[in-house]
Structures are given as structure tokens and as C-alpha cells.
Design a protein around this ligand. Structure first.
Ligand code: RM4
Ligand code: MN
Ligand code: MN
Length: 396
């Protein structure tokens, strides 16, 4: 590969960081059950040490996303312990995720619940989560709502929209000047008739009405099949409203498979839109790249390393597209030349360059092999197996 491309890959990798989800290290399942893994993390301490391991080997995962209900067993009183874990394992708390879907009171919704007491409780929990984030110096509060209904006629859709606007505004008012509120959308599941924030347009309108620091979060698994996700990304970039991603891959719905396992070209196309935007505007897109996966069958830490290295690969491929040539081909409507510029970049093997970059940073050339050679998995399997075998805990 020529030296300009090598430089582009190196420059790209310097900037690319991706956040790990605490729940990706825990036992998760499907609605049919949960297969327990002997090495899964069951405590916040174990989630931090596993995330620290992934960061140590890859060098690009300095933060861990936390779920308030799963990771702060004692609420505010867990904050000091979490601060200590961050120092000990050298990963900082990242986005803070309120949980507005698991408590029994949320059976008929949270911000969209017809009962004001429940809507207020949900807002209280969100404010509490914002305060937790402030005390941990976390920038992003990431909101995902399971709200919706299962049967036609059972919910007042317009009224619920207003309730969402109200509570999101109140939540936004609690943010410090450096914080952001990220609003995630999802077309269905757990609700099967209507979901209150079903797509990017609804998330965008709600973010706009909430306030200037509310942005849209794109979870790649939260779209109908065949939807053009990179177009959504391009539009949100153009509106200055793209706040972040939850990366994963899927074959059917919100499958939460490891990134690039089904359609790596999709991930490449998303990165391409972002990097092309940056080239064209000369602006840096302020986007939080996060992973949101559920590793039901793969080993948790291996799945995470695989995802991070896949993300680096797709990002690097997107970084070597020749933008000058592409702009020229587009202008002249030379379709095959324009398309080939993307396809050639996607086909290029950037792995040797990524290995070189890792070496230049004192990181292992191949994080997966380094992980397998480290003995870490054997050690945690021994330490955790007995506890995991007894575990009947909830989701994460
Ligand atoms: C949802 C959504 C959220 C995640 C939960 C666990 O489908 O993707 O981001 O926090 O799952
Ligand atoms: Mn998500
Ligand atoms: Mn999801």
C-alpha cells in the first residue's frame, strides 16, 4: 500500500476510540433462556477488570458504558467504588444508561405511561442518572425506552409524544454545560404494535425539542431490514444531530451479534459517510462510538476483542478512500469509477498497517492471540466458575 494510504490509516487509528458496554461481559440471554458462561462477569469489579483487559490489549477502549440499575447496586453510594475501579483497571466510566424498562412499574411504559406517578418516577431516575454521570465526569447520558404498546387502539400515541417531550425537556434542564443527552430509537421489541421512539425522525424531533445538547443515538441493530443506515447517518451529520452509535450486527432484527459478522460492508459504509463528511467540511464529527452487543454464545472477552479489531479494520478501510477522486467522479456522474473507489478501499487488506500501528504504540500486533496467551481467561474461569454455575440473576 502506498505511503499516503498508510498515513491515512495511521491518522485514523490515532483518533478512533470505541466504548465497551459493561453488560457485554455479563451473562445475557434471549427470551428463551440464558446460557451461563463460567468466565462471565457478575460484579461491577469483574466488568471493570475485563474491560481493562480489552483496553490493555487494544489500546483504544478507554471507557466503559454503565447501566445504572445493573452497575450501581447502591445508587449514589456505588460512585466511590466505581471511581476506584476506574483507577485500578485504567478504564474510565463512559456513557451512563438509565434503566426505564425493567421495574414492574414500567409495564405500561415510563415517560409514556398514562400514570403520572410512573412518569415522575422515570424522570426522577433519569435525573438521578444525570447526577451520577456528573459525579463520574461522564459526558453522555444515553436514553433507550422500551415504551410502546402491543395492540392497536390501546395507547394515545399523540399524548404519549407530548409526555415524552415534557420529560425529556426536564431531563435536559439538569445537564451540565458539557453533558449530552443521547436519544436512541428502535422500531419494535419489546413492544410489538407501536414503539414511542420508533425511528431516527422521531428521535430527532424529540432531541430538538428537548434542547441543544440532546442528540440522536444510532444503534445499528435498530432498523427494519434493508433500511439504508448510512443515509440516516449522513442526514444526521448534516443536521449536526448525530450523537453516537451503538455498534453491533444482525441478520434479522436486534440480534446484537458482533460487529461485521454478517455485513461488514454496512459498517464500512457508515464510517465512510462520517469520514467523507469530515473531509468535505473540515470539521471533526463529535460522535461517541460505542458497542452494544449481547454475547450469548461467544466468549465475552474474545467477542469484544473481535469487535474492536473489526471496528478498527472497517474504519481504516473507510479512511483510505480517495476523496478527491470520489468527488470528481460524482461530479462527472462516472458511476462505475465512483463505486469502485469505495469497493477498492473495502477490498484492501489494511491489517498489516493496523498491526504496524499497534506495534508503534507498544501494543500487541494481534490482541486476540495476546489474550489467548495471557492466561487471563483461565484465571478468571477458575475464580468465577462456581459462582456462575449457581447464578440465576436477571439480564446483566
Ligand atoms: C436495547 C437497546 C439499549 C440497551 C438495551 C439493553 O435494545 O439497544 O441500548 O441498553 O437493549
Ligand atoms: Mn442500543
Ligand atoms: Mn438493542
Amino acid at each position: 500500500m502506498d505511503s499516503t494510504k498508510a498515513e491515512k490509516v495511521f491518522r485514523g487509528l490515532e483518533e478512533f476510540r470505541i466504548e465497551l458496554p459493561s453488560w457485554g461481559f455479563a451473562n445475557t440471554g434471549t427470551r428463551f433462556g440464558k446460557f451461563l458462561q463460567p468466565a462471565a462477569a457478575t460484579t461491577i469489579d469483574e466488568k471493570f477488570t475485563d474491560a481493562g483487559q480489552v483496553h490493555q490489549l487494544t489500546g483504544v477502549c478507554p471507557t466503559i458504558a454503565l447501566h445504572v440499575q445493573w452497575d450501581f447496586p447502591e445508587g449514589m453510594n456505588s460512585i466511590n467504588a466505581i471511581k476506584q475501579l476506574a483507577v485500578q483497571y485504567r478504564v474510565q466510566p463512559g456513557s451512563i444508561n438509565p434503566n426505564l424498562f425493567q421495574d414492574q412499574q414500567y409495564k405500561f411504559g415510563s415517560f409514556g405511561n398514562p400514570d403520572k406517578k410512573v412518569r415522575d418516577a422515570a424522570l426522577q431516575h433519569t435525573k438521578h442518572s444525570i447526577e451520577i454521570a456528573q459525579r463520574l465526569q461522564s459526558r453522555d447520558i444515553s436514553m433507550w425506552f422500551a415504551d410502546g404498546s402491543n395492540y392497536p387502539g390501546t395507547a394515545n400515541i399523540r399524548q404519549r409524544k407530548l409526555w415524552f417531550e415534557e420529560n425529556l425537556k426536564s431531563a435536559h434542564a439538569e445537564l451540565s454545560s458539557s453533558q449530552r443527552l443521547l436519544i436512541e430509537y428502535k422500531p419494535f421489541e419489546p413492544a410489538f404494535y407501536h414503539t414511542d421512539i420508533a425511528d431516527w425522525g422521531m428521535a430527532l424531533l424529540l432531541a430538538r425539542s428537548a434542547g441543544p445538547r440532546a442528540k440522536v443515538l444510532v444503534d445499528t441493530g435498530h432498523h427494519y431490514l434493508s433500511q439504508n443506515i448510512e443515509q440516516i447517518v449522513a442526514w444526521l451529520l448534516s443536521e449536526g444531530m448525530l450523537g453516537g452509535f451503538h455498534f453491533n450486527d444482525r441478520r434479522y432484527a436486534d440480534d446484537d451479534l458482533t460487529l461485521g459478522s454478517i455485513d461488514p460492508y454496512q459498517g464500512f459504509r457508515i464510517f465512510h459517510e462520517i469520514l467523507y463528511f469530515e473531509w468535505e467540511t473540515g470539521k471533526r464529527a463529535d460522535i461517541a462510538y460505542m458497542i452494544d452487543q449481547s454475547h450469548n454464545l461467544k466468549g465475552k472477552i474474545e467477542a469484544m476483542i473481535q469487535t474492536v479489531t473489526m471496528a478498527q479494520m472497517l474504519f481504516s478501510k473507510a479512511a483510505i478512500v480517495d476523496y478527491d477522486a470520489l468527488a470528481d467522479a460524482r461530479q462527472k456522474c462516472e458511476l462505475v469509477r465512483a463505486e469502485s473507489l469505495l469497493q477498492d478501499a473495502f477490498a484492501a487488506d489494511v491489517r498489516p498497517l493496523i498491526q504496524e500501528w499497534r506495534e508503534s504504540k507498544g501494543l500487541p500486533r494481534d490482541p486476540m492471540t495476546a489474550f489467548r496467551d495471557s492466561g487471563y481467561l483461565e484465571r478468571i474461569t477458575q475464580e468465577r466458575a462456581a459462582r456462575n454455575a449457581r447464578s440465576v440473576t436477571s439480564y446483566a
